[in-house]
Structure formats: structure tokens, C-alpha cells
Design a protein around this ligand. Structure first.
Ligand SMILES: [Zn+2]
Ligand SMILES: [Zn+2]
Length: 246
């Protein structure tokens, strides 16, 4: 049986007292009732500058689109990442993914909510869809970090998480050697839209990191083919670099 701690508040409180959630920045137990130390929170690399209208990457004041989006369009409508993927975020995300620190996913879900409330109000999505992992990977890791983030965000904003609409049918592995087009084809084959999509017109994809956008694009292609009209994304972090400058 799988226990849903988040739905059992007294149990969660008890577990938090015995195993206090750790702060994703300093790794120390956070103060009671907090998921992140206030001083650590201030160190997070929040993007406050002007953003690309499509992918949300930071751009210069005179730019509407970033160099990547100006060169090639994406398959989603628009989206953004909250933080720059710097050394602090890299460490925290890696602990969330590979060291079993699932509570960091909850912190990041809360932080997305605090920083993307107005986008969620504008977009009015019917549900949040975490970028799925292959089930072999979920078995090995114990959870999908994107789903933990999405569920924490759901709890704050009241928009349901639907992890049953998009599944990952294939492991994609390392694709660094592939061209952008091959990478995209590979990714598109890796996802499949399933489940009951009745009443779902607009969705927000949730992921931990957005880099080139290949994953979000591939998921968007699959969802659009399945009849979803509006597709947005929210990611905890966004890579600051651009493909075109490489
Ligand atoms: Zn801390
Ligand atoms: Zn862009």
C-alpha cells in the first residue's frame, strides 16, 4: 500500500518531528514548520530580469525573445523556470533526484507557486502534468521528482495534478551526441498520451529543469496530437545558456 503522507496532516506532522525535513540549500534540518531556512531562501538565484516571452529565459531589456526562440519556435505556448540553474540549484536538484531527498521537491513546488501565481491565474489550466519518468526509473528512485513538485504546487494552487495522462514508454538515455532534430524525434517517441482526458483543454507541464526545451517540446507534440489545446510549462530551474551561442 502506498501512503499519501500529504493527505494525512497529523501523520505528516509526526513524521516531520521525527525526521525533520532538510533545507535544500544548506542540508540542515529546517526550523519546525519551515521547509527552507529564510536566509538560505534569500540565496536562491531568482530570475528578476526581463524574460523571453516564449521560454522565460532571462533576456536583455531590448529583447522580446531569447536568441533560441527568435531562431526556432517551440511546440508549447509559453512557460518559465523560476531560478537559474547555478551551483546551489544543481546540488539541490541532484540530491532530490539521486539522494532520496524528496522533501526538496515539496519546497520547490511551494516556491514555484509563490513566484508563478500570476501566470497560473492567466493561463487557468485544467491540470498540472509532471514530466513522466520511465517506470523502471521510478522503481529505482522511488518517486518521480517532477510529480512531487507538481503535487506540492497543486496543494497550494488547487489545480489538480494528473500523472495519468502522459507516460514515458522509453528510456532515452544520453542524447548529447545527437542533433537537435534527432533528439526531438527520440523524445517524441518516448512519450505517450493515455488515460481519460475528458474536460482537459489546457495544461501546465511541470519539470525540475528546462534546458534546451527538447523534453517539454516533445511532451507538447504528443499532448497536442491527443487534443490538448493550450500547453504551458513551469520548471524549478532554467539553464541560462543558449544553444545558438555554442
Ligand atoms: Zn538552509
Ligand atoms: Zn526563449
Amino acid at each position: 500500500m502506498k501512503l499519501h503522507f500529504s493527505q494525512n496532516k497529523p501523520l505528516k506532522l509526526l513524521i516531520d518531528l521525527i525526521y525533520p525535513p532538510r533545507c535544500p540549500v544548506c542540508g540542515q534540518p529546517a526550523a519546525v514548520g519551515l521547509k527552507i531556512c529564510p536566509e538560505c531562501r534569500r540565496q536562491l538565484p531568482l530570475i528578476e530580469s526581463r524574460r523571453c516571452r516564449k521560454c522565460g529565459k532571462p533576456v536583455e531589456d531590448f529583447e522580446v525573445l531569447c536568441p533560441d526562440c527568435a531562431k526556432e519556435d517551440h511546440f508549447y505556448d509559453r512557460g518559465l523556470g523560476i531560478y537559474i540553474y547555478d551551483e546551489t540549484m544543481k546540488r539541490a536538484i541532484s540530491e532530490l533526484k539521486y539522494k532520496g531527498r524528496r522533501e526538496y521537491g515539496e519546497v520547490f513546488g511551494d516556491l514555484i507557486y509563490e513566484n508563478a501565481r500570476s501566470e497560473l491565474m492567466d493561463w487557468k489550466p485544467d491540470c498540472l502534468i509532471p514530466i513522466p519518468l520511465h517506470r523502471a526509473r521510478v522503481r529505482e528512485r522511488g518517486y518521480n521528482q517532477a510529480q512531487i513538485i507538481a503535487e506540492a504546487l497543486s496543494e497550494k494552487c488547487g489545480i489538480p495534478t494528473r500523472a495519468d495522462i502522459l507516460i514515458r514508454t522509453m528510456e532515452t538515455g544520453r542524447m548529447k551526441e545527437l542533433s537537435a532534430k534527432d533528439r526531438m524525434n527520440n523524445m517524441t517517441c518516448a512519450f505517450e498520451a493515455v488515460g481519460d482526458r475528458k474536460g482537459i483543454r489546457s495544461v501546465v507541464l511541470i519539470d525540475d529543469i528546462y534546458t534546451t526545451g527538447a523534453t517539454i517540446d516533445a511532451a507538447s507534440v504528443v499532448l497536442r496530437r491527443a487534443g490538448i489545446d493550450e500547453i504551458y510549462f513551469l520548471a524549478v530551474c532554467i539553464g541560462g545558456g543558449f544553444m545558438v551561442s555554442y
